[in-house]
Each structure stands twice: as C-alpha cells, then as structure tokens.
Write a protein that binds this ligand. Structure first.
Ligand code: LRH
Ligand code: MN
Length: 424
C-alpha cells in the first residue's frame, strides 16, 4: 500500500495555515529555531523489522489484521512510515526472523523508499527448527564448545547477510546467564563469552561496528552474562576499537540513571547506539516517551553535549534504532509516535542554552540550571518537527494521514487477518 506525495500534499494544504501560525509563534520566541531544521531533517531513526506485527506476552497475544507476511511487506510498511515522517530512513533486520533470501531484490525495494540498512541483529536466544544444538543453557557462554561454535558461526552468517545489504554493524544481545545460584561460574562464563566474541570480532569487516547490548534480566532471572553497562564496557574494551556498547532503554534496573550511563559511555568513545522504547517496570518495550519523556530529554541533552564535545555527526555517528513490541496498539501508529517522541526530545535538547547552563553549574546555581533545562523541555517544538517533515516532503501530521487513508483497513483487505509477522 503506497501513499503518494499528492495525497500527502492534500492533507498538508488543509493543515498549512495553522502550522505556519504555530511555527511563527515559536520562531518569534526562538530565532535560532530554524537553524536547527537542517539537523532535524538529517536525523534518521531505524525501524526494527521485528516490530511490525503485534507482539504478545506469555499470557496472550491479540492479533491485528494486515500484518506483514514476509520481508518485502515489512520493507513496504517501513517505507510507508518514512514516506509519512521522512525520519524513518533505515531498517534494522533480525536474523533468522527476517532473512533477505534475495538480498539484491530487498536492497532495491528498500532503495525505492530511500531506506538504508542499519545494524543487523543475531539471535542465539531461540532454538530454530533445524538447529543441531540447543541454546537452553546459553550460547556464547555455553560450557559445550560445539554450542559456542554454532553461535559464533550464526553471528558470522548474520554479518554476511548484512554485507549484501550495505549494513555496517552487528548487534549482539545475549540471553545467556543463569536462573539459580550455583548454576554458573561467573568468571568462566565471562571468559568463554569473551573468547566467543573475539572470534566474531575477528570476522568483522574493517569498516563494521559490533554493538554489545546489555540487559539486567529476562529470560534469565538470577544472572545475565552481559547484564549492565559496566559488563558490556568491560567486554568491548577487551575486544577492540570496533566494539561498542548498545543502550536499550528498557534493560536497566529500577532507578538506574541512564543519562549518566550515556554520558560516560560517550566520554569513553564506547557508545555505539540505542534501542529506544519506554518502560515503567521491566523490559516493557512500550512507545518511546510514553512513560518517562523527561528522561528521554535528559538522555538527548547528554548526547548532544557529548557528541559535540567529540565533534561527532549527530545523524551518522551513533546507531539510532527503535526496539519495541506492540501488544495492544497498531504497530505502525505506535512507531510513528515513537519516532515523533525521539525527534521532540532531540529538538528540545538542541534548544538548551549550554553556555548559560555551564555558568549556572559553575556557580552551583541549581535552580537556574534546572530552569535552563526545563525551559527547553517545556518548549513546544512540534511545529519545528512538522516543518522539518514538510521541507523533506513528508506529512505535517503523519498519524492524521495514516488514519485518514484508513491504512490499517486497506492492509487488512490486502493481507487478511490470519497473518502473523515474524518477530517478538
Ligand atoms: C532483548 C532485545 C534485543 C533483541 C530483542 C528483540 O530484550 O531488546 O535487542 O534482540 O529484544
Ligand atoms: Mn533491544
């Protein structure tokens, strides 16, 4: 299902006057606002191939019509998101859920929508039908060398798929760990995992990055072998300069100060990228900015400050990816909201008066420092994000077009109600 630029123009024409009034009010207050537009237009978020259908939990899954039945339909759905918001210009594939059987065909289809391929994701947390050895007791940490070799080879295969698509990064998330005290020797598990990662690292093309994603718990509930930023940093520091830590916002214990973690990983030059989502309790994989929008803003404040301190390119030098699971919402609507929340937090962080903040900090003037941050956070930058979309051929209001064109109904008519997309 395609949405044409004519259709988008029709909706934009109806919304233009109100948009221009809102934008004029904003730029009247913030003359520097328009200078940020170039940064916003360049900023692209990668959409996970495993989050285009309805997810579920062990307690149940409630399907939705029109789910993509194959990788081609997933690329088309991501293409539709990018057509609407011009900020979803990349795909992050998960193998074997989304194997590009015909890489050239998939690359061409993605190219039609202006989509690139961001990090590839390996999967050694599930046993596939035809898999000789089980990952029940782990993969890269496994006590059995043959199981580790199987998992290492899988990661090397994933890199091969990515090379054919133009991806430049591999994300490794390991479910490896233990469920009971006594089950695992932590040091031996660490060293087996490190040796396994070294073999994967050695197979990386010279211009690739390896992202090591940490997670506090689930599916193991006593220990996880890559459980937090410190353990991930320890691994990547021992692997080499192409290895970085990936921060999934939902992978922290309650109360963790994620913006501080981000600041330090960036300072060390070991921050590779993000899996954006939101959560209240565990790895809830909820819509970005739907529970803790201020935390997301604070994270982007550290990112903008830290990236500028290192002369990094905001759009290209980190992996901006979403990782979500949609149990009760239309996945495409949820992803449109998530991308919007990321763009809002980025734009607000760009508005922070950093020299004034540095001065307030130097004076230990906490109140002024807070006011400087919250002034940026309480600035309604939605007209700016909409203007960036308008200038790049997108919709002023992507959700309004999505609903106005009854996309889900049309997809359901085309694809039926029985299909279940691969993924979580
Ligand atoms: C693990 C995780 C990881 C993916 C999976 C789909 O919780 O965040 O990034 O491989 O979700
Ligand atoms: Mn993740």
């Amino acid at each position: 299902m395609n949405i044409t630029s004519t259709t988008i123009a029709k909706y934009n024409d109806q919304a233009l006057t109100a948009h221009q009034r809102r934008l004029a009010n904003l730029t009247a207050e913030l003359p520097q606002a328009t200078s940020l537009l170039k940064l916003l237009e360049a900023f692209q978020v990668a959409i996970p191939s495993w989050a285009l259908g309805t997810g579920g939990t062990r307690f149940g899954r409630f399907g939705l019509g029109g789910e993509p039945r194959n990788l081609e339909e997933k690329i088309t759905d991501i293409g539709l998101l990018h057509t609407l918001n011009r900020s979803s210009g990349a795909v992050s594939l998960h193998i074997p859920w989304d194997i590009p059987e015909d890489a050239a065909k998939i690359k061409a289809l993605a190219g039609q929508f202006g989509l690139a391929f961001d990090a590839m994701n390996s999967n050694t947390f599930q046993d596939q039908e035809d898999q000789p050895l089980s990952y029940k007791f782990g993969s890269l940490q496994h006590v059995d060398k043959a199981v580790r070799a199987q998992a290492i080879q899988h990661n090397i295969d994933v890199v091969k798929y990515g090379e054919a698509l133009g991806s430049k990064a591999l994300t490794v998330w390991l479910a490896d760990g233990s469920c009971f005290p006594g089950q695992l020797n932590f040091r031996e598990a660490f060293n087996r995992t490190l040796d396994s990662l070294r073999e994967i690292y050695a197979a990386l093309p010279g211009d690739w990055k390896l992202y090591l994603e940490y997670k506090a718990f689930e599916p193991n509930f006593y220990s996880t072998t890559v459980a937090d930023w410190g353990q991930s940093l320890l691994f990547v520091s021992k692997l080499g300069r192409q290895a970085y830590t990936l921060v999934d916002l939902g992978h922290h214990l309650q109360g963790a100060n994620i913006e501080q973690i981000v600041a330090l990983l960036l300072m060390e030059g070991r921050l590779g990228g993000f899996h954006f989502n939101d959560s209240k309790y565990g790895d809830d994989d909820l819509t970005v900015g739907s529970i803790k929008p201020y935390q997301l803003f604070l994270i982007f404040c550290e990112l903008v400050e830290g990236m500028d301190a290192r002369g990094m390119d905001h759009a290209r030098d980190l992996g901006w990816m979403i990782d979500a699971s949609h149990n009760v919402k239309d996945p495409l609507e949820d992803l449109l909201q998530s991308v919007e929340a990321i763009m809002l937090a980025y734009a607000q962080a760009l508005l922070v008066d950093r020299p004034a903040l540095a001065d307030a900090r130097a004076q230990n003037d906490i109140v002024r420092a807070q006011e400087i941050l919250q002034t940026a956070y309480r600035t309604d930058v939605r007209p700016l994000i909409a203007e960036a979309r308008l200038r790049t051929g997108g919709a002023l209001d992507p959700l309004a077009v999505y609903r106005g064109e009854a996309v889900r109904q049309q997809l359901t008519k085309e694809r039926g109600t029985g299909g279940r997309a691969t993924g979580l």
